[in-house]
Design a protein around this ligand. Structure first.
Ligand code: F6P
Length: 493
């Protein structure tokens, strides 16, 4: 069955009935900010928040998340609730307030300096501080208290997002064994040897095994998780069934490759104003009448932006006939900039861009243009459509939704996707040009191959990728994951 918003909505509504549905994540789907004399509502730079927002609009219920905007407190009611989406409210956002100390320890410290680097093979050393871990535990407890308050005496489901909440499911289940708890891990799960580095690894595993269902993007990460548990704690790992029993409680481990709203992106991309916007953007003298490559990433060391720039440098060294003919546009909003590793990475990206530009630029042309501002999905679609090639060169990535958004927006079947083998998306988008971002020479040759690919070949590759993303869209992901959750609490959909 082809899943879309309408058929999923009908089935979900019928199944959920009186059950309460609560989603939990660190990042909230809407952020309120002060702009001069008014408060504006913006969406965060987060593929996770974008797709989960679609799920919530279908399921309804409550989304519990950290209130991170400076104007967030001014718009909630006395329960810290606000109805969203602003244009057509149909679910509740419950904001959780965290102090600076809590954010530093739980989010910047343990989650992003500890867990993030050990889960990604990007060769950035993880930092584990006892004080961060203590704060991380405290914040997981704080979220648990709020979720239980929201659940009240109702029967229901809690669907937790990501590595910020490894202890949450166990805390919830200890207090309310009757509720169904599932968690989706949006980043890779490392191999057992790497995970062992974490000083509180066993507590994390026991925390995660509070879930009835634990999802990863790909089977390989499920296997890494099963293997990590097998080597670490007293638990029965059933490889056949892909489940773990710990303290007489079973957790199912399943792959669910996340995706995008294919139809919505395609429709947005077909709007007449996109053509107008493309013309306007291409008026920039640095882009006019040139072949254009784009990259869209948060400035994060896992995204392989330096490796991408090095490959572009090598490409111009090897193929000087492209000097002045090809420009690369990197769109990259700043991220987690409080952290030293991110500050350094941001500087390195900037300096490398300047170095490459100085090496080759002439007249009104420069090889790399870097824009660090925020781009909404609507803005990005213009860039996806105007690009001759799109480069995703993550050193390691759970899925990578930029690759799928690019494909969904190319209804013209044009454009070539260069995609890192180390992303979850590469398992599905096999007709992209797959690269190893560390292999600079091959990467440079792949840029040339992409720019010189004949129209028929481009079309064939893009059509295949589009079929895959159209079928495995966000509604299918939601249906599959909810089906497993409902099987545990209700019947399958
Ligand atoms: O993929 C991991 C993740 O934390 C997502 O939840 C989110 O989309 C992205 O990284 C952005 O990170 P942050 O919320 O820390 O800005």
């Amino acid at each position: 069955m082809a899943w879309d918003k309408d058929n999923l909505k009908k089935i979900v509504k019928a199944k959920i009935g009186s059950y309460k549905f609560i989603i939990v994540s660190n990042r909230e789907p809407y952020i309120h900010r002060f702009f001069e004399d008014e408060i504006r509502c913006v969406t965060p730079v987060s593929g996770m928040a974008l797709v989960l927002n679609i799920v919530m609009q279908i399921c309804g219920g409550i989304w519990v998340a950290h209130g991170s905007g400076e104007a967030d407190k001014d718009v909630v009611d006395f329960n810290d609730h606000i109805q969203v989406p602003p244009e057509n409210p149909n679910y509740t956002l419950r904001r959780v307030w965290l102090t600076k100390e809590e954010m530093n320890g739980y989010y910047f410290g343990f989650a992003n300096e500890g867990l993030w680097p050990i889960c990604h093979n990007a060769y950035t050393r993880p930092i584990f501080r006892k004080s961060d871990w203590d704060m991380y535990r405290k914040v997981n407890e704080k979220f648990a208290k709020i979720i239980l308050e929201e659940m009240d005496d109702n029967e229901g489901f809690v669907f937790i997002q990501d590595y910020h909440f490894t202890l949450l499911s166990k805390i919830l289940k200890d207090k309310r064994p009757d509720i169904t708890v599932a968690q989706f891990w949006h980043i890779p799960w490392p191999n057992e040897e790497t995970f062992r580095i974490c000083p509180w690894g066993d507590e994390i595993l026991e925390g995660l095994l509070g879930n009835d269902l634990l999802g990863f993007h790909i089977r390989h990460h499920c296997q890494n998780f099963l293997d990590t548990v097998d080597h670490s704690i007293e638990a029965k790992v059933d490889w056949e069934k892909s489940s773990i029993t710990h303290n007489e409680k079973e957790t199912l481990i399943r792959p669910f490759p996340i995706s995008v709203d294919f139809k919505k992106i395609e429709n947005m991309s077909r709007q007449a104003e996109v053509e107008e916007n493309i013309k306007r953007i291409k008026k920039d003298r640095r882009l006019k009448n040139r072949l254009i490559g784009i990259g869209v990433d948060r400035i994060d060391y896992t995204k392989g932006i330096l490796e991408r720039f090095k490959a572009i440098d090598r490409f111009f060294e090897k193929y000087p006939q492209y000097l002045g003919r090809f420009s690369f546009l990197q769109l990259g909003p700043l991220s987690r900039i409080h952290l030293q590793q991110y500050k350094n990475y941001n500087d390195e990206v900037y300096h490398l861009m300047v170095e490459i530009n100085e090496k080759y630029q002439f007249k009104d042309w420069q090889p790399i243009i870097l824009r660090k501002t925020y781009f909404s999905q609507e803005d990005l679609i213009n860039y996806y459509r105007l690009a001759d090639i799109c480069i995703v060169s993550s050193l390691h990535d759970g899925m990578n939704l930029v690759a799928k958004e690019f494909v969904a927006s190319r209804w013209d079947n044009d454009g070539v996707l260069i995609l890192s083998r180390f992303t979850g998306s590469a398992r599905e988008l096999e007709t992209a040009l797959l690269i190893n971002p560390f292999a600079t020479d091959q990467f440079a040759d792949t840029i040339k191959e992409a720019l010189e690919m004949d129209e028929e070949e481009k079309k064939k590759r893009m059509q295949r990728m589009r079929e895959i993303v159209e079928e495995n869209n966000i509604y299918r992901w939601t249906a599959k994951i909810l089906s497993e959750i409902f099987k545990l609490g209700l019947e399958e959909i």
